[in-house]
Design a protein around this ligand. Structure first.
Ligand SMILES: C[S@@+](CC[C@H](N)C(=O)[O-])C[C@H]1O[C@@H](n2cnc3c(N)ncnc32)[C@H](O)[C@@H]1O
Length: 256
């Protein structure tokens, strides 16, 4: 029988807890996609070695490349299908969610519906502008809403995401990259706190790959949101509730 992502993940139950294995898979894969050209190693080599070093060579290390192969095959088989291709998000929802953070992801048909209506509205209101759309999901989960938006808007636009949970930020980064979206940034931050920043991941075509950003000043998403806040004169110490000024075009996906 053909290997699949879910079954290989289950093999980790004899090694560590599933959430840790899932998070380590994301870390290793993102490090592997950040190769220094010609050097045969990652910009994040130390993080890669530290993460893979937790697993025994003969027992579990070989499972990670198998997982990536299964993931890309399953996503490719499902791309454009009625059920979507969020293989990572479906696994995470069933096995790894942190209930205290309301980690329930939007069903695929609703993502498609929101994508069609929001992208159309944004296109209409910006029809005289010759700039790519900048599409943001400020509580992105697995990035499913943006994956659906990319099918409607296309890969030439810019896709931005925020999640307070680092595993979700990494999952969205990988989901967008494997969906062929090479102009994206996913930030791990509390979207309700102005200027909060923990870490961010930028995907690009040239240079090709995914790159971890550890300083907020180097993050275009953080800088863009900071300028938006300044332009709207949002007070620095805002109570932690949803701010309609910051995300004016809807609670789920917004355009800026
Ligand atoms: C209901 S899910 C929505 C996921 C995604 N937008 C979708 O449609 O499937 C909520 C996500 O918001 C994240 N979250 C909760 N509070 C947050 C905050 N203050 N800032 C950023 N992300 C937050 C959670 O970690 C979770 O992944």
């Amino acid at each position: 029988m053909k290997d699949n992502f879910k079954d290989i993940m289950q093999e980790f139950q004899f090694v560590t807890d599933i959430r840790t294995a899932f998070d380590d898979f994301l870390t290793l894969t993102l490090c592997a996609f950040g190769q220094i050209p010609g050097a045969g190693k990652s910009y994040d080599e130390d993080l890669y070695l530290q993460t893979i070093g937790k697993y025994k060579k003969d027992k579990a290390q070989h499972l990670f490349p198998k997982l990536l192969a299964c993931l890309t095959n399953e996503m490719t088989e499902r791309i454009g299908s009625d059920t979507g291709w969020d293989v990572l998000g479906e696994f995470y929802e069933a096995n790894c969610t942190l209930k205290g953070l309301s980690q329930f992801f939007t069903p695929w048909p609703i993502c498609q519906f929101m994508a069609r209506s929001s992208v159309e509205t944004a296109r209409e209101s910006r029809k005289n502008e010759d700039k790519p759309l900048r599409i943001l999901d400020p509580a992105c989960g697995s990035g499913r809403t943006l994956m659906a938006a990319s099918r409607v808007a296309g890969p030439t636009h810019e896709y931005y995401a925020i999640d307070i949970d680092h595993t979700c930020a990494k999952m969205t980064t990988l989901n967008l990259f494997l969906s062929g979206i090479f102009k994206s940034e996913t930030m791990c931050a509390n979207a309700l706190l102005p200027e909060d920043f923990r870490v961010s991941y930028r995907a690009s075509f040239v240079p090709f790959g995914v790159f971890r950003i550890q300083e907020k000043e180097k993050s275009s998403l953080w800088n863009n949101l900071k300028h938006l806040d300044e332009a709207r004169k949002v007070p620095k110490q805002r109570p932690p509730d949803l701010n309609p000024n910051k995300y004016p075009e809807g609670s789920q996906m917004t355009f800026f």
